[in-house]
Structure formats: C-alpha cells, structure tokens
Ligand binder design. Structure first.
Ligand SMILES: Nc1ncnc2c1ncn2[C@@H]1O[C@H](COP(=O)(O)OP(=O)(O)OP(=O)(O)O)[C@@H](O)[C@H]1O
Ligand SMILES: [Mg+2]
Length: 307
C-alpha cells in the first residue's frame, strides 16, 4: 500500500461497461482494466481517439459514475468508501473537474459568482478577505473581475467559463484537477496563459492535472507523463519523452507517425483508425502473448498482450 499512499491517485484494474436500452440492452465497454498512478505535482496527459474512454475515466475519478470493477485510491483511500455528505464534500474540495462543456457545470439561472459563494458557504472557507482573493484568482486566469462577476453563464463564452472554473480550483487548493479538452474552448490569446498557469500551479502548489487532449503537440509540451488509450484500454504509459520518442505499442506508433512534425494538430474529426492498425495491434498481442501490461523501460509501460 505504501506505493499508493505516496501517489495522490492510484487507479487499479478499472473497468466501466455502459448498458443502454431496456428490452435489447446494448453493452459498451468504455474502459477496460486500466491502471495508473498520479504523483503529486505532475501533469499527466490522457490521449486517445474519440470514444476511447478518456472522459469516462475522468467521470469515474470524480465519482459521477460508478466503476463496473476495479478501484480508485485517493491518497491511499478507496474512493468507493467515500459516501457520507461530509466526506464527499471533503473529496470535492480536493478533486475537481473541468469538462468539455463548461455550460453544464453552471446553473443558467444564477450569476456565475455563485461558484465562489458555494466554496465559502458549503466548504467553510475563511471569508475575511473573500472579495480580494476572488479578484486575485480572476486576474490570475486573465479575467477582468468587473466584467465577469455579476454575469449570467450565457453572457460569457465557453472559454471564459472554463477560466472561471480554473479560478475556482486556484482558490481551493485542489490536489487533482481533471481538465477535459480544456484548451479547445479557449481562444488563442489566452491558451498559452492558461497552460502556463497550470504548469505554475503544479510547480508551486503541488497540484496534479489529468490533461485530456486530442492535441499531441500540446500533450508533449505540457505533460510530465502520458497515458495512451485505445478502445478503452491503456496501451502505453509513463514518461512523456520516452513515449513520444520511442513508442512501442503499434497504436502509439501510428499516432506519432500520423503527426509528421511537432506543431501539427491532430484533427479529432479525422477518420483515424485505418484497418492496418487494427491488424497490427492484433499481431502485436499475438507475438507478445503472456506478457500483459509490462515495463518497457524505467517509467515506461506497454500493453503487450491482452490474454
Ligand atoms: N452514459 C453512457 N451510456 C452509454 N455509453 C456511453 C456513455 N458514456 C460514454 N459512453 C460510451 O463509452 C465510450 C467511451 O466514451 P468517452 O466519452 O469516455 O470517450 P472519450 O475518449 O472521452 O471520447 P471523446 O474524445 O470523443 O471525448 C464511447 O463508446 C461512448 O459512446
Ligand atoms: Mg471525452
């Protein structure tokens, strides 16, 4: 267990199967047997084609959905055991998510200030310098307090709402921030600022970020470690530099081959899985039968076979 205490988050053999439809239920294996660790103060990017299970992992960590099997430990504690209201509150104080659609996080009927009021009211923070602190974090994320506070969600852009959520995380001393396609909603001028802010937060406050992205270049730029997902499975993980420079799994190889140069964006709409990759992956698993998920080097793991 000591290994799990040292990590801020440990995911072990996590699976999620969605069942939809009542009479003819359809089962979707969204996440299958995924294990990884998150060290304090690191940015870990979660990369993979559309539908590979990235958002599902984020939702499982945030306890928005329940795993079908497997475990998630937060500082050594099984999060399934976090059930009562006070413990949940404590958990959400430290583990937060910013999702693809920030509009869903805000109640359209309330002014956006409410996300800050809630911190003070329900989490019991010291209110003495409330206004000053809120202004400070808004400035940190490049928002003008006077033009932000007092607004309703529909009066702000998606990017502005996301920055508000980052400001909230700043105010709260979050341990783990799940940023799901955070950057795609930001305009170019604020992108770099927000990225640098995230890096600063991890360095100064020891916050860890799970950075879900389609943008391989961005993943390289921002993350210490990477997780590569393919069809619900974690196929390669570990040190970002190693994975990008010497990928082992055929899916990861294809991913980086399809990006001829650093600086090119991977288009998420692109039809992405040529038949060849499916065959290559099958062949790779056959060749390496019995090896399972194993080390390819120091802090570099590869799914060699699925037997
Ligand atoms: N509530 C749900 N009910 C049924 N199936 C679901 C549900 N949520 C997700 N899925 C399915 O699970 C799989 C993984 O979805 P997920 O949203 O985690 O993918 P993703 O990697 O985040 O994709 P994207 O890059 O498009 O955001 C997909 O096949 C999706 O259709
Ligand atoms: Mg997603």
């Amino acid at each position: 267990m000591s290994e799990q205490v040292q990590n801020v988050m440990s995911v072990r053999n996590l699976s999620k199967v969605f069942k939809s439809g009542v009479f003819k239920p359809k089962y979707t294996v969204a996440v299958q047997d995924v294990s990884f660790d998150i060290k304090p103060g690191t940015i870990i990017s979660l990369i993979g084609e559309s539908g590979s299970g990235k958002t599902t992992i984020g939702k499982l960590i945030l306890k928005l959905i329940k795993p079908s099997s497997g475990k998630i430990y937060y500082k050594g504690k099984d999060i399934e055991e976090i059930r009562n209201k006070d413990e949940l509150k404590e958990y959400y104080k430290k583990v937060q998510g910013i999702f693809q659609d920030p509009f869903a996080t805000f109640n359209p009927l309330y002014r956006v200030d409410r996300i800050f009021d809630m911190i003070y009211d329900s989490f019991g923070y010291d209110k003495s310098n409330k206004e000053e602190r809120i202004h400070q974090v808004l400035q940190d994320v490049n928002l003008v307090p006077e033009r932000t506070l007092g607004k309703f969600p529909h009066q702000l852009s998606g990017g502005q709402l996301q920055r508000l959520l980052i400001a909230r995380a700043l105010l709260m001393d979050v341990d783990v921030l799940i940023a799901d396609e955070l950057i795609s909603m930001l305009d170019a001028s604020t992108r770099i600022g927000v990225l640098n802010l995230l890096v600063e937060l991890t360095e100064k406050k020891g916050m860890s970020v799970i950075f879900i992205t389609h943008d391989l270049n961005l993943g390289y730029y921002i993350s210490d470690e990477s997780l590569i997902m393919y069809k619900g499975r974690l196929v390669e993980s570990g040190d970002t530099k190693k994975i990008y420079e010497s990928p082992v799994h055929p899916y990861t190889k294809m991913l980086f081959n399809s990006v001829p140069e650093i600086g090119k964006r991977w288009d998420p709409e692109e039809e992405f899985l040529p038949e060849q990759v499916i065959k290559d992956v099958e062949e790779f698993y056959k060749e390496n039968a019995g090896k399972g998920f194993a080390a390819a080097g120091e802090n570099h793991y590869v799914l060699y076979s699925i037997d």
